[in-house]
Design a protein around this ligand. Structure first.
Ligand code: ZN
Length: 291
């Protein structure tokens, strides 16, 4: 199955919903960063939440970033998505290994305590930014809490990443369901009842459910209407020129010391791990451009 996002409404627009299958893009992230199973699960959940949240934004140039800083061994995660289904991200320690908890990857243990910051750059002078404390570190609950407290939108978030025995990604995906302020009590009751009774996201995906079928379960009996679908992918817009700007910005002193070392340097993009090489002569050119 190709990765894609579904946008939907239910109960005559009293509910809006998003669902995605992200198996390929999470596997792409795993390969690029060489993440351990628990790091793959953490990053995969955040990439899945991020790509759906990106798709909530209106303009093609809008960018959404979710940053987690935490005290657990993974230390932090960053995911950036646009509104077109493109997402990229990384974790601070990709090699973290923890014993399983209740037979599952211990994502909450990898994150520990911390803070989640959501930044939406919509081309305005100041980007929107909302910060919340991590609730469980399992990411879905943390995003639910973010929506409730920072955006005041009651939501239910389900995210799942299931690994193969050989530590590649077997399946990944999730959903976000949000209720509008004018929701009727009986609609809300029905939705809450559905959410109590659904299977986990990983079992739905593992049973071959599409995003549409996941939403059909979550919104069973609530007049689900699929509004549109769009492809999702791991995509990084880095280039040698963009990385050059980052080198220039570190300042003359540091560039000079790299030149004095007399060796070519390699700089890797945080987001996609692509390596860029600069010769001493190229560094000398960058020195001229720096302040
Ligand atoms: Zn990159």
């Amino acid at each position: 199955m190709e990765d894609y996002i579904v946008r939907a409404a239910a109960a005559n627009t009293q509910i809006r919903a998003f669902a995605a299958v992200t198996t390929n893009l999470v596997e792409e992230a795993r390969k690029r960063h060489g993440t351990s199973p628990v790091a793959t699960a953490a990053l995969g959940r955040l990439l899945t939440g991020g790509v759906m949240m990106g798709s909530m934004m209106k303009n093609a140039t809008d960018m959404l970033t979710i940053q987690i800083k935490c005290s657990g061994p993974i230390r932090g995660l960053t995911v950036t998505a646009d509104s077109q289904g493109n997402v990229k991200g990384y974790v601070h320690d990709p090699e973290v290994i923890l014993p399983p908890k209740n037979g599952k990857l211990d994502v909450g243990g990898a994150l520990g305590q911390g803070v989640m910051t959501v930044i939406k750059d919509m081309g305005l002078k100041e980007p929107y930014s909302g910060q919340t404390i991590l609730q469980t570190g399992e990411i879905a609950e943390d995003l639910t809490y973010y929506f409730a407290t920072s955006e005041q939108v009651p939501s239910s978030v389900g995210l799942g990443v299931l690994m193969e025995k050989n530590n590649t990604v077997r399946c990944a995906g999730g959903f976000i369901v949000q209720v509008m302020p004018f929701i009727e009590d009986e609609v809300l009751n029905k939705l809450e009842q559905n959410i109590r009774n659904i299977q986990s996201v990983t079992s739905m995906l593992d049973n071959g459910h599409t995003p549409e079928e996941m939403l059909a379960q979550v919104l069973e009996g609530l007049d689900l209407e699929i509004t549109d679908t769009m492809p999702a992918r791991f995509y990084c817009n880095c280039s040698k020129e963009r990385i050059e700007k980052a080198i220039i910005s570190i300042g003359k002193k540091d560039i000079r010391s790299m030149i004095d070392d007399g060796e070519d340097i390699e700089v890797k993009c945080h987001f996609c791990n692509t390596a860029y090489h600069y010769t001493v002569d190229e560094l000398k050119e960058l020195l001229k451009k720096s302040r």
